[in-house]
Design a protein around this ligand. Structure first.
Ligand code: FES
Length: 457
């Protein structure tokens, strides 16, 4: 069993200590809902900032459950930096936040009082002024700078000096092959962040550990070292859980535990874009959960999504009626197939014998099939369930928990390995890029109620 230092400070058990009513964050089963808390579009919801400064404790550990709603009321250094980022301040255009880090060697200090009023500040010469923090500074494109020594309110350089030094450091910064994922877990600010955030945080830690273990097993180096930390309120709590991937600068929302492997995959991409067809960074962005990017305006974020994100699914363009009329049946190579979406929409479409189910789904813009890697067995975003109908209700979601009665295709070892990264893997899970259209498959669907059940992401 691996030692997991983050468990000591922030295990799931300790996350539950928020002094707020968590019922708005849970559904009728007292679970985090799988659907977003808010269904507004995500892209273009990050207000523009030129750079992001994030403080990590260098002296004492305080759990995020003790962060007051306005954490500047308890942290004098954060309060000073936040006031400098106001319009016309010396750090205008910057954003600043607090992380709890995960340094298990730090002594724990008296926890802050989470009910502390937003208007309160430490009195002058309070010991808070000497408390030290590491400062991580992120800017675009893909720049990460760690301030060389811990700072406190007393040792903090003036605003213009700090800005000039950071700009000089960013200019010479090289990629350190490190990615930092910050998850908003600020429960006293909004209970949805306090409930969905910690669940995502734990899932990301597990996913990173799993990836590192896999690399060790294969004797390879991870492409990047990924660190996952809690962060104070970043805005957009109606989109909880929210996470930031730096130095890439990407902000995500509506994240659930099942998104953790895909977010880790995005974090393994290079931090800067080349903007050509092979641009790994843009191809690995988790577009369905993407809110925006550091240093882009809201309009630029929406344009960027239009340019680089997956095509928008216009279900109105898809006929929910079965298309398998005489013409398609008489055509030797076109076979009728049946897909069923998470929200109950039926798609009766034609597939060419020999092509993959993923190619059919992409041609008809069916929801839930992203296929980011284009069928190269590198992404698992073409995951779906190839399964039988429920015996008592063929119109309901199929029997995804059981292996299908159609089994002409074996799951290869490579597909099986990649399916490990598919959220909500079940006995009927398949990567649709690996399933070929055959007459037997088509007959099973049309005559015996087989179908491809699409995921909701
Ligand atoms: S499209 Fe990437 S694994 Fe199938």
């Amino acid at each position: 069993m691996l030692w997991r230092p983050w468990r000591r400070l922030y295990s799931s058990r300790s996350w539950g200590a928020f002094a707020c009513d968590t019922s708005p964050a849970l559904d009728h089963r007292h679970q985090i809902p799988t659907a977003p808390y808010d269904s507004s579009p995500l892209a273009g919801t990050v207000s523009r900032s030129e750079a992001h400064l994030i403080l990590h404790p260098a002296q004492y550990a305080r759990p995020p459950t003790s962060w007051p709603s306005h954490v500047e009321s308890a942290c004098a250094l954060l309060s000073e930096l936040a006031s400098r980022t106001k319009p016309h301040g010396s750090l205008d255009g910057f954003r600043v936040n607090l992380s709890s880090g995960d340094d298990a060697s730090l002594p724990t200090a008296d926890a802050w009082d989470p009910r502390r009023s937003a208007a309160m500040r430490a009195p002058p010469n309070h010991q808070q002024e000497d408390e030290q923090y590491w400062m991580y500074a992120y800017a675009m494109p893909g720049r990460l700078v760690k301030w060389p020594e811990p700072v406190s309110l007393r040792t903090l350089p003036s605003g213009p000096e700090l800005r000039a030094s950071l700009q000089a450091l960013w200019q010479k910064a090289e990629d350190q092959h490190e990615t930092h994922i910050y998850v908003c877990t600020h429960g006293m600010r909004d209970c949805r962040c306090g409930v969905a955030g910690p669940a995502l945080y734990d899932a990301l830690k597990e996913a990173v550990e799993k990836h590192d273990t896999q690399c060790r097993f294969e004797g390879t180096q991870p492409a990047r070292q990924i660190r996952v930390w809690p962060i104070s309120h970043v805005g957009g709590h109606k989109f909880a859980a929210c996470a930031l991937v730096y130095p890439h600068g990407d902000w995500y929302g509506n994240l659930r535990v099942s998104d953790a492997p895909l977010l880790v995959r995005a974090a393994l991409a290079p931090p800067s874009s080349r903007h050509d067809l092979d641009d790994l960074r843009e191809r690995l962005v988790l577009w369905p959960r993407w809110r925006g990017r550091l240093a882009m305006s809201e309009a630029e974020q929406r344009d960027h999504m239009d340019t680089w994100g997956p095509p928008i699914v216009h279900t109105a363009h898809i006929t929910p009626q079965r298309r398998a009329g005489p013409s398609s049946r008489d055509t030797p190579h076109l076979l009728p197939l049946r897909f069923h979406s998470h929200d109950g929409q039926w798609y009766d479409v034609d597939g060419e014998e020999g092509e993959s189910l993923m190619q059919v789904a992409r041609r008809y813009d069916l929801p839930g099939i992203e296929a980011t890697c284009g069928g190269e067995l590198e992404c698992a975003t073409c995951h779906a369930y190839v399964c039988d109908a429920q015996r008592d209700d063929p119109q309901a979601r199929g029997m995804i928990h059981e292996a299908p009665s159609w089994s002409a295709h074996e799951v290869s070892q490579e597909e099986d390995d990649m399916l490990e990264y598919a959220p909500f893997r079940q006995a009927s899970s398949r990567l649709t890029c690996q399933v070929r259209v055959t007459r037997a498959l088509s007959d099973w669907m049309i005559q015996r109620g087989g179908r491809v059940e699409l995921n909701r992401y």
